[in-house]
Design a protein around this ligand. Structure first.
Ligand code: PLP
Length: 431
């Protein structure tokens, strides 16, 4: 296996990072690679090592890095000023595009990160229903707010519906406001809704939770339960929005929530996210449309930033072109099938979980259907990712993101690297 090289500038930067950043990094990926450049489906670190990139900036770079058309528009926009804290044409046009594309979206409010969008979506459910509790799913990622960090990645299995905080510093009282259920388990959700109906404001769910597809009928069941009990259904589409289909997972699975959150793809690589939903619910953001005590104040210095909105708008224009999603699905399927074949031939006990735009392997023999069954052998996973990195394949710790610009050559080199990785893992187990 080829060794990645570390240059003097990289060693120096890593040392500086260790000195000035907690944990030596920005808190995102755990490894110490310092990325200098990205083009298309590849990135280069400061030592000049090249990688096929499945990290894609954790999702936003769905049309590839430094896409020439995106670059051209952001350069034009930036030359006329970079932020105004006032309406701008690009933000207005991006909101209109979201309303046209996303089934639940009648109105849109921009913020700067998915975490913010999720926090406001939860507040919106509370403002609309005048109830406090929210139901989320164990392992569901809804950003870094106190509420989002309930049972995101619990180390110990608690009893449902008791939430487990994933971070220090969260007030104990927040646990009282959240209920947690296992993903894909409609029966548990139904009984929790029955029991807590009078206090429940809504259910927030990733329609495709991390790597776990919804079982047939699960999202439809959530829709029915929330409608019957007058709760809001919130889809967190920060990842799936404009990725599973142009209208997101709600179009892909054919279930329309009341509200959704969007991020990643809609900012084209810049900080931009959104809450989108039914007009009567979104009215809580409009001082003129609701009573004084029903109004939700929401202000953000960079909300709807023109460069981010222009980059997002151009990214969506590229995704809307014929063949874009077919290309993403073709690449993802080829990789998923290739991985499954390599694992089977090597008799390694692992499953390829997910769907073509987003997948990974889980070192387990069980069906992956919820957070607990998706917990595979983490040591094997870390080793696998590190071996791939050494061979020029970059990904997050638990996900491959697919872009429109990954090539057949990328697929071949990735499958070759994966075959060598699996052989090394098998040899290490045999030793
Ligand atoms: C489903 C989901 N929701 C929310 C977020 C938070 O988004 P951000 O990192 O922009 O705050 C993420 C981030 O990966 C996510 O995957």
């Amino acid at each position: 296996m080829a060794e990645r090289k570390s240059s003097e500038p990289e060693i120096e930067l890593v040392a500086t990072a260790r000195r000035v950043l907690p944990g030596g990094g920005f808190g995102n990926v755990p490894h110490e690679i310092v990325i200098a450049e990205g083009r298309g489906s590849h990135v280069w670190d400061v030592s000049g090592n090249e990688y096929v990139d499945y990290l894609l900036g954790s999702g936003p770079m769905i049309v590839g890095h430094a896409h020439p058309e995106v670059l051209e528009v952001i350069q034009q926009v930036a030359s006329k000023g970079t932020t105004f804290f006032a309406n701008n044409p690009y933000g207005i046009r991006l909101a209109a595009e979201i309303v046209d594309a996303v089934p639940c979206a009648e109105k849109v409010r921009f913020v700067s990160s998915g975490s913010e969008a999720d926090a406001y979506a939860l507040r919106l459910a509370r403002a609309y229903t005048k109830r406090d509790k929210i139901l989320k799913f164990e392992g569901g990622y809804h950003g870094m707010s106190d509420y989002g960090l309930m049972s995101l990645a619990p180390k110990r299995s608690g009893n449902f519906p008791q939430p487990m905080p994933d971070s220090a510093g969260i007030p104990a009282s927040v646990r009282e406001e959240m209920l947690v259920a296992p993903f894909n388990d409609l029966e548990t959700v139904a009984s929790l809704v029955r029991e807590h109906r009078d206090q429940l404001a809504g259910i927030i769910v990733e329609p495709f939770q991390r790597l776990i597809p919804p079982k047939p009928g699960f999202l439809e069941g959530l829709r029915k339960l929330t409608e019957e009990n007058e709760l809001l259904l919130i889809f967190d589409e920060v990842v799936t929005g404009f990725r599973f289909a142009y209208g997101g997972a709600q179009e892909y699975y054919g279930v329309t929530p009341d509200v959704c959150t969007l991020g990643k793809a809609i900012g084209g690589g810049f900080p931009l996210a959104a809450i989108a939903g039914r007009a009567d619910i979104m009215a809580h953001f409009d001082k003129g449309a609701v009573a004084e005590d029903a109004f939700m104040v929401q202000i953000g210095t960079l909300s709807g930033n023109p460069i981010a909105a222009a980059a997002g708008l151009k990214t969506l224009e590229i995704l809307k072109r014929p063949g874009a999603y077919a290309q993403i699905f073709k690449t993802g399927r080829a990789l998923m099938e290739g991985y499954a074949r390599i694992l089977k031939d090597a008799r390694i006990k692992a499953v390829v979980a997910g769907d073509a735009p987003m997948f990974d392997i889980v070192f387990t023999e069980r069906e992956v259907k919820d957070y607990r069954s998706a917990l595979g052998d983490e040591t094997a996973m870390k080793r696998c990712n590190a071996l791939l990195r050494e061979q020029g394949i970059l990904k997050s710790e638990s996900k491959y993101y697919i872009s429109t610009v990954h090539t057949d050559e990328d697929i071949c080199s990735t499958l070759d690297a994966f075959a060598r990785t699996v052989a090394a893992l098998r040899d290490a187990r045999a030793a």
